[in-house]
Design a protein around this ligand. Structure first.
Ligand SMILES: CSC[C@H]1O[C@@H](n2cnc3c(O)ncnc32)[C@H](O)[C@@H]1O
Ligand code: ZN
Length: 432
């Protein structure tokens, strides 16, 4: 088994004790086996010695909600509210993607994400076999789900559910365990109650979690009350969704009672501040959710509502907007935003062996170039990561012990080919 040591690095570990340390880290196979101040064994015992001077090592970022192939719709349908954006802009264009479009859009998204320090992402979309194959070759880690919109005749509903089940079965644990799967009814406003119940049953049968959009806009909540007599949280509770481990995206419009229900069932919330601001959906009650003990992680959502996949930006937004809204500078401190982008992201998708740099954890980590004007002085590195850094500072990326980006170059994917094919796909979609 290959044994690598990084020496003379600066490490933000994400541990409660010794969160920042100057020292070294050892990687054996796909695991971290040592992190500390001293070099544990003579250097000749290692297969590879990496000099970490002027680099900041930290856990890889975990993007807990998105639709990768929507890179194809970046800059299309800007400045609209959710419902009109979905119905008039996104869905008509997505109907033309097909498997080739999804492959091309996803590969570009994966490139953008890994080069920007995201090592794990959640993806909910159609043509998911293409997404899983792209993840597999990229070396990234992902939690994938075939998102299903149930606003269609019964036979199509049936077909989509079967497809979602087959995908979830076929790919759970694939790519050496880097891929896990979930079941995903898209949202309470796009899936009738009896259809959601069938997803719950399937998730029970397959022992899988559930992922869904929930309470993203005020209009959606009002419509839910009008149609079903319940707010979305109570509605999903009644349908049994929370009897499965669940991750909901957005959770913007929640009452105290709903926050208590989510906490009771240990439902994770993927907070997507960039997307919520751009679609004018509102600002989620993140400080209240954190106080209630909810795992709040971060997501970019798709590139059409963000418009990039930079998780540093999401950490910064999460740390800033809640201060602005509450008037409390401690609403989401930098250290909390850092955890939301790393360890809480990992635990909210049930991956408890990534998200921190500790012996025994899987080797998913990134290095930032510290030798940059905006990252000086060498003071508070957590602050620099959250308030000053961006995707462009990432130089090296490791997933499962494999180096997939070195010196800003992706080693697993052909960047030029992916960009060329993406542009051809885009031309086909828009001119065809
Ligand atoms: C059925 S695959 C996923 C589906 O979700 C759509 N989508 C993208 N962003 C959002 C969002 O913020 N709220 C709800 N749905 C969203 C995407 O366009 C796909 O159709
Ligand atoms: Zn979404």
């Amino acid at each position: 088994m290959k044994k690598t040591i990084i020496i003379n690095g600066t490490f933000v570990t994400g541990r409660t004790e010794e969160n920042v340390l100057e020292g070294c880290m050892v990687i054996e196979g796909n695991r971290l086996t040592y992190i500390g101040k001293e070099i544990p064994e003579p250097l000749e015992n290692y297969d590879e010695i990496i000099r970490g001077e002027r680099k900041l090592y930290m856990p890889g970022l975990v993007n807990t909600h998105g639709h990768a192939a929507m890179t194809l719709l970046r800059g299309y349908g800007d400045d609209l509210a959710l419902q009109v954006w979905l119905e008039e802009k996104m869905w008509p264009m997505e109907a033309k993607f097909g498997p080739a479009g999804v492959r091309s859009g996803t590969l570009l998204a994966i490139l953008e994400m890994i080069k920007g320090g995201t090592t794990t992402f959640v993806d909910m979309y159609d043509h998911m076999n293409e997404v899983a194959q792209a993840v597999s070759v990229s070396g990234m880690r992902a939690c994938l789900t075939r998102g299903v919109i149930g606003l269609c005749p019964e036979d199509i509903q049936e077909f989509k559910l079967k497809e979602a089940i087959a995908f979830a079965k076929d790919w759970n644990g694939a790519a050496g365990g880097r891929i896990t799967t979930m079941m995903a009814p898209h949202a309470p406003y796009t899936c009738p109650p009896d259809y959601i119940e069938r997803f719950v049953q399937a998730a029970h049968d397959l022992d899988l979690p559930i992922h869904t959009h929930m309470s993203e806009t005020k209009r959606e909540v009002e419509a839910n009350v009008e149609q079903y007599g319940l707010r979305p949280v109570q509605h999903l509770e009644k349908l049994g969704v929370f009897t499965r481990p669940t991750l909901v995206a957005h959770g913007v419009h929640l009452t105290d009672e709903e926050i208590a229900i989510l906490a009771k069932y240990n439902v994770g919330v993927s907070h997507n501040p960039g997307s919520n601001l751009k679609l004018a959906s509102g600002v989620a009650r993140v400080p209240e959710m954190l106080r209630a003990g909810i795992q709040v992680s971060l997501g970019t959502d798709g590139a059409a509502s963000n418009n990039n996949l930079d998780m540093f930006e999401e950490m910064r937004l999460a740390a800033l907007i809640h201060k602005g809204v509450s008037g409390d500078p401690l609403a989401v401190p930098a250290a909390e935003a850092f955890r939301m982008g790393t360890s809480m992201g990992a635990s909210s998708i049930w991956l408890d062996d990534i998200g921190t740099l500790e012996a025994g954890m899987k080797a998913d980590f990134i290095a930032l170039d510290l030798d940059q004007p905006h990252l000086l002085p060498r003071t508070d590195y957590v602050s620099h990561i959250v308030y000053s850094a961006s995707a462009h500072d990432v130089v090296d990326v490791y997933v499962d012990g494999q180096c997939i980006v070195r010196g800003r170059e992706c080693l697993t994917l052909d960047e030029e080919k992916i960009k060329r094919e993406f542009e051809d796909t885009f031309t086909r979609l828009t001119k065809g």
